[in-house]
Design a protein around this ligand. Structure first.
Ligand SMILES: [Zn+2]
Length: 188
């Protein structure tokens, strides 16, 4: 039987958030992330990425560029022994320059749309699932989707008091998550 799903934000959780990252050369894995993901996969957790990509609506990069980077990223995880089941992204932003994406959508976090889609596509029990993010909107999205727990990662940056208050646990980076989940789920 598989363990709960761990939803991961991308920028600031998986890779260093340089702002609108859309090429392999800009994509810098945060230290320990690939190893942590491999441990979670080995322990039976399901991994799904949910990421806001307003750079698409803003015209900074295209869906095609995003998808090419995503394929490369998923392959890096695979080579490290980690299985990313799917990557959901929100290409929208109400103030975007690309008309078709300049809308108020139900998928941009803190809205729960990407989680609902994952539930439908992958048969995920959201009330057992967890979210790992670096922003208040990630924590809010997790709560809006009815997830069990949300983890805030600092990833070497200052975090807002508000996002700390919204989180169930605050960790330095994803690298700490496997040990923390071990503790939480074994002590149950
Ligand atoms: Zn959206």
């Amino acid at each position: 039987m598989s363990k709960p799903t761990v939803f991961l934000d991308r920028d600031g959780v998986i890779n260093v958030d340089h702002g609108y990252v859309h090429t392999v050369s800009e994509f810098e894995f945060i230290p320990g992330v690939l190893e942590a993901a491999a441990k979670l996969t080995a322990a039976g957790y399901r991994l799904v990425v949910v990421t806001n990509q307003s750079g698409i609506a803003r015209g900074y990069y295209t869906e095609g560029q995003f998808q090419r980077l995503t394929e490369w990223m998923v392959e890096q995880f695979k080579q490290a022994g980690a299985c990313i089941e799917h990557v959901y992204h929100c290409p929208h932003h109400p103030e975007g320059q690309v008309a078709s994406f300049a809308v108020n959508c139900d998928c941009r976090k803190p809205a729960p749309g990407m989680f609902y889609q994952a539930k439908k596509d992958l048969n995920i029990e959201l009330s057992e699932a967890m979210m790992v993010g670096d922003k208040g909107d990630d924590m809010r999205a997790a709560q809006n989707a009815g997830l069990k727990l949300c983890f805030l990662v600092k990833s070497g940056k200052p975090v807002s008091t508000e996002s700390v208050e919204l989180a169930d646990y605050v960790v330095e980076s994803l690298a700490e998550l496997p040990a923390l989940l071990n503790k939480l789920f074994i002590s149950k």
